[in-house]
Design a protein around this ligand. Structure first.
Ligand SMILES: [Zn+2]
Ligand SMILES: [Zn+2]
Length: 183
């Protein structure tokens, strides 16, 4: 995105609301698609040393359920907070304990900023760690792989009954149930 005279002086701000035609992204091993791209609503501020870009992104995301592997969809609303310096700083910027460098990008020599990376990182940050097709997705049967949302193969009940039996067998009172009381 080109910086124009509206951002010439420190303190100048400019609102940029637009659409990024990004089609997909990956987070680790997981792949997501963006049927409607990414919408963003940012405020660019000339902060003296550089341009500060803050605001929000929103996107509708399609992926697969981490429990049953079926289709899953969700909305992402993420915060953008990116600093584009006009030039490489003379000293390394440090925060806190001095181990983390302040994250920044550079304004290109043709006075443009590339917002793509900032928008993508906001998208990644707000993608849930666990994506589900529905909140109470029952997942796959560990025995036969049946999608338990679609049908019940009966294995879960069987396992549960076996566990219950084991618990009873271990119980010190289990001998009692074999007692026959005579009058
Ligand atoms: Zn699911
Ligand atoms: Zn099963």
């Amino acid at each position: 995105m080109a910086l124009d005279e509206r951002l010439e002086n420190p303190g100048d701000t400019r609102v940029v609301a637009d659409h990024l035609d990004e089609k997909s992204y990956n987070l680790g091993e997981r792949a997501f698609t963006l049927p409607e791209g990414v919408d963003y609503d940012l405020v660019l501020t000339n902060a003296g040393e550089g341009i500060l870009a803050t605001g929000i992104i929103s996107a509708h995301v399609k992926g697969s359920c981490d429990r049953c592997l079926g289709d899953a969809e969700f909305d992402v609303k993420g915060e953008v907070d990116e600093y584009f310096l006009f030039k490489e700083p003379d000293e390394v910027l440090e925060v806190g304990d001095g181990e983390d460098e302040v994250d920044y990008s550079l304004v290109s020599s043709d006075r443009t900023v590339d917002l793509t990376e900032a928008l993508e990182s906001a998208l990644l940050m707000d993608t849930p760690f666990i994506v589900l097709c529905q909140e109470d997705c029952k997942g796959l049967c560990p025995v036969c792989g049946q999608n338990l949302n679609e049908a019940d193969c009966g294995h879960a009940a069987q396992i549960e009954a076996e566990r219950e039996q084991e618990r009873l067998d271990k119980s010190p009172f289990s001998v009692l149930k074999n007692l026959e009381l005579d009058d």
